[in-house]
Design a protein around this ligand. Structure first.
Ligand SMILES: Cc1cc2nc3c(=O)[nH]c(=O)nc-3n(C[C@H](O)[C@H](O)[C@H](O)COP(=O)(O)O)c2cc1C
Length: 75
């Protein structure tokens, strides 16, 4: 979802630092539903410039078993 959103100039961010009771109240989330993480989406207030220096996906993501690099080109 995050990558798809980016193609429409919508940025996003995952976060866990929430006020759980407020979130439940505002979005009517039942007690039985565990809130583990929020993925927020929105239009950036400022123009996003530059490029992040990120590790290659194959260094941080594994497929099927831990340590077996995820190779996006083979899937
Ligand atoms: C599990 C998880 C929880 C996070 N929770 C928060 C949070 O509560 N508040 C926050 O500012 N950033 C939080 N972050 C970090 C941001 O979502 C984000 O990863 C960081 O700002 C780097 O953004 P970038 O990947 O676009 O560079 C969290 C990241 C992860 C992976």
């Amino acid at each position: 979802m995050q990558i798809a959103a980016w193609n429409f100039n919508v940025s996003s961010c995952v976060f866990t630092g929430i006020k759980e009771e407020n979130l439940r109240r505002d979005f009517n989330i039942p007690k039985e539903t565990n809130i583990s993480i929020i993925v927020g989406f929105g239009y950036p207030a400022n123009k996003l410039l530059g490029k992040k220096r990120r590790k290659p996906l194959s260094e941080i993501a594994f497929l099927e078993t831990y340590g077996k690099p995820f190779d996006a080109s083979s899937s």
